[in-house]
Design a protein around this ligand. Structure first.
Ligand SMILES: Cc1ncc(COP(=O)(O)O)c(C=O)c1O
Length: 332
């Protein structure tokens, strides 16, 4: 089904809090730091992959995630006390301290500092920053599939709150859609935007494939500017797969040859059924079906998703060699 990162896993030894490494047990804040302060809080989700050589930990697109973190803070009118360079050091320092030798997930977040009793926090509020991290089982090697359903909840839009911000408050939207999907026996929702066109899921962007073309909702469709989405589009272009970023109709989901979600936590997650309809119109694309059947270890992915998964796996595990998108975690 694909899984969100699992914070209930055994906790790491160290966190980074307001400029220093802090032992997990000693990382404390006043009760006032939860509640109202959370309304304006922003965060990021970043992955570090164990390289294919089993020796090195490689953080994927760290600079881009930290840039989006700063942009989320700006959209929520928060003042981060650290620049991107300092947060980069913090992330790497934390990964070294925790000594992970397997795939890991990094979670920086910023919340307004001090006593916050007002929901209407003034613009420019200074923040505290925490970076948490935990181990993470990648599904790049196993490739599960999931069943998705169009949600009755619409994705938040520019008229209500900025969908481009990775703000905790935005996640109530996805949470409602996810609970509805689970209640109805599906794994993940697909949310339409306020105009009724496809937006994204509850923590991942979405793409479909039709007649060999990869189609994904434009950033102006109310999606978070996903870093995995951006990576997948770059990989597709590199593989000669035509890419369309545009408004996507709901009915296109039902006619797609393939659908998959894209996100840091979900990686590339194939959708095997949408609203109970198996993905891929039987008989419509015999060449693609034959190609799919001929290959082994396909998991739930269609032929295009499979090529992208392989390219993504090779990229993040450093098989393709050095990439400006990879930052090696080096002690000291
Ligand atoms: C709401 C939402 N959309 C999309 C994504 C996918 O973005 P990314 O690929 O940068 O993780 C995420 C995950 O961060 C998300 O929370």
């Amino acid at each position: 089904m694909g899984a969100l990162a699992s914070p209930e896993a055994a906790h790491p030894e160290w966190l980074w809090h307001s400029g220093a490494l802090v032992r997990w047990e000693e990382a404390r804040v006043h009760v006032n730091a939860v509640g109202h302060a959370s309304v304006a809080a922003v965060f990021e989700g970043i992955k570090a992959y164990l390289a294919a050589d089993g020796e090195r930990l490689l953080v994927f697109r760290l600079e881009d995630h930290l840039r989006r973190f700063a942009e989320s803070a700006r959209l929520c009118r928060l003042t981060l006390p650290y620049d991107t360079g300092r947060l980069r050091e913090a992330a790497l320092e934390l990964l070294v301290a925790n000594g992970f030798r397997q795939d890991a997930y990094l979670r920086p977040w910023a919340y307004p500092e001090g006593i916050v009793r007002e929901l209407m926090l003034p613009a420019g509020a200074r923040c505290e920053v925490v970076v948490d991290s935990w181990t993470f089982d990648s599904s790049l090697e196993t490739v599960p599939g999931c069943r998705a359903a169009v949600s009755s909840w619409r994705r938040i839009g520019e008229a209500a709150m900025p969908p481009r911000a990775k703000a905790f408050s935005n996640y109530h939207n996805g949470r409602l859609a996810l609970m509805e999907a689970r209640q109805n026996g599906h794994d993940w929702p697909v949310m339409l935007n306020e105009r009724g066109q496809v937006a994204e899921s509850a923590g991942a962007c979405v793409s479909l494939v039709r007649d060999g073309r990869l189609v994904t909702p434009a950033l102006s469709s109310g999606v978070l500017p996903g870093i995995t989405r951006d990576t997948v589009l770059a990989l597709a272009r590199g593989l000669g797969i035509p890419v369309e970023e545009r408004e996507v109709d709901r009915s296109e989901l039902y006619l797609a040859d393939e659908i998959f979600f894209m996100g840091t936590a979900w990686e590339i997650l194939p959708v095997t059924a949408i609203d109970g309809l198996p993905v891929g119109v039987p008989g419509a694309h015999p060449a693609a079906e034959e190609a799919a059947a001929a290959e082994t270890g396909a998991g739930a992915a269609g032929p295009v998703a499979r090529r992208l998964l392989e390219a993504y796996r090779r990229l993040v595990r450093g098989v393709e060699g050095d990439s400006p998108w990879l930052t090696e975690v080096k002690p000291g």
